[in-house]
Design a protein around this ligand. Structure first.
Ligand code: FAD
Ligand code: MLT
Ligand code: ZN
Length: 471
């Protein structure tokens, strides 16, 4: 190990090799403080040549590498194990925008670029980069691609995978694969880009990417509406999809219990809808035409929804500040949960046609088996993606509650997900959190194929071992 540490200075400037405990500490835990690891060193390369040389050295010494972006992930993928033998490869110094191609409507960016910086650079050129999530001020595009992040604009623009046209990747051998191409069609055999997107640092290290840009909408209208049931929320979604088509850019759901928790920790973010209804839906329409056009469309659809008894109340944001306040309320649920203490997260997708039955049955089973639990259910309803999170009954210590109930609660939720032909990981990935659940969920054939890929691309198992799939 000491030999390896000594040789590191041949591939990276000494000041970017962190080995002291106090220097390594900020990189050793995830955002939720759920996973805490140890590392031999934290390395901060500044270009793909340095990444390549580091990987070659690690391969020679069989040192495991944990790639890391903003470490905002929820599944412990960017946190090393407890052995103290792995290195963290944090890409934050690789944060350059390499090119904005106006005619091609693409941006080429290094992996360590913070998502919000990328969004801002796009706006400066009159474009929209639509990937948007609560952690955008600290997560990085490499991490977004490695987890195939979703967020609040997937309904209209797709997830990180859909926005990516090309990649540069350092392989487990330390070769640099140059797939930096901004092509919307490229059927030249296996899609290597798609293999690395969503692989959570287990197949290669993403060092740069070509991402799609879109024309910047000129008008946006945001509304909060009250629904009494999930069935009417889905009927409302279908109504908006039919009437607003591609103008519908956001459709988020928050239950009464989620917003109660929000208000407990952030009283200034109380639900503006009177009485905090069972389901509050945040809807956003965006347009490239006049403000009046989209406002009129929104009002017409809401009238139809009132007449069909799909909604019982609605408030339209009168200005940008109010629209932002609606979004902040939605995004603060995660922060309210963090304030409340440890909780059990489920990031799941269910086909919209089964969502009503999923929520009714799972809620009933959960409340029956764990009286008093709080079901903090919210999420990207337009994508069928629920954050079906469980907080302990009031007054119980979350750590003690989770210790004895975590496994059976996950099993209960995941059995319901399987019944509805859903997914146990919609947008957050697998990491170390869901490693054991994945095998049963994928099925033997898919799981073996994943292992075959892992063995082929990383035969020494040095890239983020025991994350996603163990070989
Ligand atoms: P990290 O956490 O550093 O890493 C995540 C995984 O990717 C790890 O396995 C890591 O090894 C790997 N990795 C990182 N960089 C690279 C690279 N360059 N090459 C190869 N592998 C790499 N997620 C959503 O999808 N939707 C949301 O709406 C959403 N909202 C969030 C809100 C909050 C408040 C927070 C804290 C998180 C949220 N997340 C959300 C989760 C998280 O932000 C995303 O998973 C994000 O994509 C992770 O990016 P990161 O740079 O922090 O990656
Ligand atoms: C969200 O949609 O707000 C995020 O995915 C965060 C979460 O799941 O808590
Ligand atoms: Zn989410």
């Amino acid at each position: 190990m000491q030999n390896f540490i000594n040789q590191l200075s041949t591939v990276l400037e000494q000041k970017y090799i962190l080995t002291k405990d106090e220097d390594k500490a900020p990189y050793l835990t995830d955002w939720r403080k759920r996973f805490i690891g140890k590392a031999l060193a934290v390395l901060l390369p500044c270009n793909s040549a340095e990444v390549s040389n580091i990987v070659k050295l690690c391969a020679e010494h069989q040192i495991a590498i944990v790639p890391q972006g903003g470490h905002t992930g929820f599944c412990g993928g960017a946190t090393p194990d407890n052995s103290g033998t792995q290195i963290i490869l944090n890409l934050k110094r690789m944060n350059q925008i390499r090119e904005i191609d106006i005619a091609n409507q693409t941006i080429t960016v290094e992996a360590g670029c913070i998502l919000q910086t990328l969004q801002e650079k796009a706006v400066e050129q009159g474009f929209l980069f639509p990937l948007s999530l609560g952690a955008e001020g600290s997560c990085m595009i490499g991490g977004n691609l490695a987890t195939n992040a979703g967020g609040t604009n997937v309904l209209r623009y797709g997830n990180a995978r859909d926005l990516c046209l090309g990649l540069e990747v350092v392989t487990a051998k330390g070769e640099v694969w140059n797939g930096i191409k901004g092509l919307r069609k490229d059927n030249t055999g296996y899609d290597l880009r798609d293999l690395f997107v969503g692989s959570e640092g287990t197949l290669g290290i993403i060092t740069a990417a070509v991402m799609k840009l879109y024309p910047l909408p000129i008008s946006q209208w945001t509304t909060l509406v009250a629904c009494q049931s999930i069935a009417s929320s889905i009927a409302l979604l279908n109504l908006f999809q039919k009437r607003a088509t591609s103008l519908l850019t956001g459709f988020e759901m928050m239950t009464q219990e989620s917003l109660d928790l929000n208000e407990k920790h952030f009283p200034h973010m109380a639900n503006p809808l009177q009485g905090n209804p069972p389901f509050t839906i945040l809807i956003e329409l965006s347009d490239h035409e006049s403000e009046e056009h989209v406002r009129q469309l929104l009002e017409t659809i809401l009238e139809e929804a009132f007449e069909s008894h799909l909604i019982s109340n609605a408030v339209i944001a009168s200005n940008l500040g109010q629209a932002n306040a609606f979004w902040h309320m939605r995004e603060h649920i995660t922060l309210a949960q963090a304030e409340e203490g440890a909780n059990l997260k489920h990031d799941i997708t269910i086909p919209l046609s089964s969502l009503d039955s999923f929520i009714k049955e799972t809620d009933a089973l959960m409340r029956d088996k764990y009286p008093g639990v709080r079901i903090i259910n919210f999420g990207h309803l337009g994508d069928g993606n629920l954050h079906y999170n469980i907080a302990p009954p009031l007054g119980l210590d979350p750590k003690i509650f989770n210790e004895s109930n975590e496994k059976p609660i996950h099993e209960l939720v995941y059995a319901q997900v399987e019944r509805c032909h859903g997914s146990i990981s919609a947008e957050h990935g697998v990491g170390q959190l869901k490693l054991d659940d994945l095998r049963a969920h994928k099925g033997e054939v898919a799981h073996e194929l994943m292992k075959t890929l892992k063995r082929a691309l990383d035969p020494q198992n040095i890239l983020n071992p025991h994350k996603v799939v163990s070989i």
